[in-house]
Design a protein around this ligand. Structure first.
Ligand code: NI
Length: 387
C-alpha cells in the first residue's frame, strides 16, 4: 500500500468527517446539511469555485492548476437510504429510518480528502471538477445535474466514479474494461378478468390463473430469446391477487425488474414482455395492461480510461491489488448517464467486511478512506500531469 503521505497524515480527520456524515444521513434530494458540509469544506480547502444547488442539492467544486487545457470530473454521491440502522455504533444514524447503508458517506469523504490535498498541492495541470451528486439511489441525481447543464457549465473531457464494494477484499480495486453495471427497468402488468364465485369458475374470467401462466411464460424471454453470451435478467418480484378463499378476483398484478447491457437486448425484452402478456391474456380471456419504466442505462466503461484508472489504482495498492477485467454486476448505477455523455470509467474499491451494501448492519470501512482519496489524487496526476 502506497498512500499519499499527506492524506494518510489527516486520516483521523477523514474518519471524523465520515462519521459525522454517517450520523446525519439524508435521503435523495434532501441532502441539504450534507451539501452545506461539503461546500464549507471545499471553501475551507481553498477550492477555486464552489457551486451549490445543482440538481436540487448537488455541489461542484472547481480546482485549477497550471496552464493546461485538460479537464476531468470526479464524482461522489451523497444520499442515504430509507433503512433503520441496526449497527449500534456510537456514530449510528441520528435520523430514524434513514441510514448511510451504501457507503456514500465514505465516497463523499474520500473525494473531500482528495480535494483538500489537490487544493494544497496543485500538483496537476488543468482543471479538476469535483462533483457531489444527490439521489444516486434510484432517483437519478446525476441525470438531474446533467439536465441542469452540468457538462456545459463544467466541461470535463473525462469522467470518473467509484463505489465501495464490501465483497471485494479490502484494498483491492476492480475496474471493468467495458460493461460494469446493467441497465435497470421495471414492469407492472395488470390482468383484468371477471371476478365471481370460486365455486362457479365458468361464470368468471380468472386473472389469477392467467397470471400463473404469465409468470412462467415471462421466464422464456431471457432463456429462449436472448443470446446466451449476452447478459440479461428478468425477475418477477411481485404477484398480487385475491383476498378471500371463495372469491375469484377481478384483477391480478405482476411486477418485476429487467437488467440488461445492450440497448437492443433491452428493447427486445421490453417488446416481448408486452407481447407475451397480451398473448397470455388472450388465451385466458382476460385483458392485460403493461407499463414499462426505464431506469438507469447500463454503466459502460471506456477501455482507455479504464486502463488509466487501473494504472492510478495500481500506484496506490500495487498491480497485484488491481483486477483489470472483472465481470460486470447486474446492479445499476446512475453514473451511467455521465458515461453516456463522456469517456470515463467507474471502479469498485474493496472494503471487505461482513455486512453488504444496503444492509441495516453496514458501515463504511474507515480504513479505506485514505486509499480512495489517494486513488483520486493519483488519477488527477495521471490524467493531468503537471508540466
Ligand atoms: Ni451506492
Amino acid at each position: 500500500m502506497r498512500l499519499i503521505p499527506e492524506i494518510d497524515a489527516f486520516k483521523d480527520e477523514l474518519t471524523s468527517w465520515r462519521r459525522h456524515l454517517h450520523e446525519n444521513p439524508e435521503l435523495g434530494y434532501e441532502e441539504r446539511d450534507t451539501a452545506r458540509f461539503v461546500a464549507e469544506k471545499l471553501r475551507a480547502f481553498g477550492v477555486d469555485e464552489v457551486h451549490e444547488g445543482i440538481g436540487e442539492t448537488g455541489v461542484v467544486g472547481v480546482l485549477r492548476a497550471g496552464k493546461g487545457e485538460g479537464s476531468v470530473l470526479f464524482r461522489a454521491d451523497m444520499d442515504a437510504l430509507p433503512i433503520e440502522e441496526e449497527t449500534n455504533l456510537p456514530y449510528a444514524s441520528k435520523r430514524p429510518g434513514t441510514m448511510h447503508a451504501c457507503g456514500h458517506d465514505g465516497h463523499t469523504t474520500m473525494l473531500l480528502g482528495a480535494a483538500r490535498h489537490l487544493a494544497a498541492s496543485r500538483d496537476f495541470d488543468g482543471t479538476v471538477y469535483l462533483m457531489f451528486q444527490p439521489a444516486e439511489e434510484g432517483k437519478g441525481g446525476a441525470k438531474a445535474m446533467l439536465d441542469e447543464g452540468l457538462l456545459e457549465r463544467f466541461p470535463a473531457e473525462r469522467v470518473f466514479g467509484l463505489h465501495n464494494w464490501p465483497s471485494l477484499p479490502f484494498g483491492r480495486f476492480a475496474m471493468p474494461e467495458t460493461a460494469a453495471m446493467a441497465a435497470v427497468d421495471e414492469f407492472l402488468i395488470t390482468l383484468t378478468g371477471k371476478g365471481g364465485h370460486a365455486a362457479m369458475p365458468h361464470q368468471t374470467r380468472d386473472p389469477l390463473l392467467a397470471g400463473c401462466g404469465l409468470v412462467q411464460a415471462l421466464q422464456g424471454i431471457v432463456s429462449r430469446e436472448t443470446d446466451p453470451l449476452d447478459r440479461a435478467v428478468l425477475s418477477v418480484t411481485t404477484f398480487n391477487a385475491g383476498h378471500a378463499h371463495n372469491v375469484i378476483p377481478e384483477t391480478a398484478t405482476i411486477g418485476g425488474t429487467v437488467r440488461s447491457f445492450l440497448p437492443e437486448t433491452r428493447a427486445r425484452i421490453e417488446e416481448r414482455i408486452q407481447a407475451v402478456a397480451d398473448a397470455l391474456a388472450l388465451a385466458h380471456r382476460v385483458s392485460a395492461e403493461t407499463s414499462y419504466r426505464h431506469g438507469y442505462p447500463a454503466t459502460v466503461n471506456h477501455p482507455a480510461e479504464a486502463g488509466i484508472g487501473a494504472d492510478a489504482a495500481a500506484r496506490v495498492v500495487g498491480e497485484d491489488g488491481v483486477e483489470r477485467a472483472p465481470l460486470p454486476a447486474m446492479v445499476a448505477e446512475d453514473f451511467a448517464y455521465l458515461l453516456e455523455a463522456k469517456p470515463g470509467s467507474y471502479v469498485w474499491m474493496g472494503t471487505g467486511g461482513e455486512a453488504g451494501l444496503h444492509s441495516p448492519h453496514f458501515d463504511f470501512n474507515d480504513e479505506a478512506l485514505p486509499i480512495g482519496a489517494s486513488y483520486w489524487v493519483r488519477l488527477a496526476s495521471a490524467l493531468l500531469p503537471a508540466a
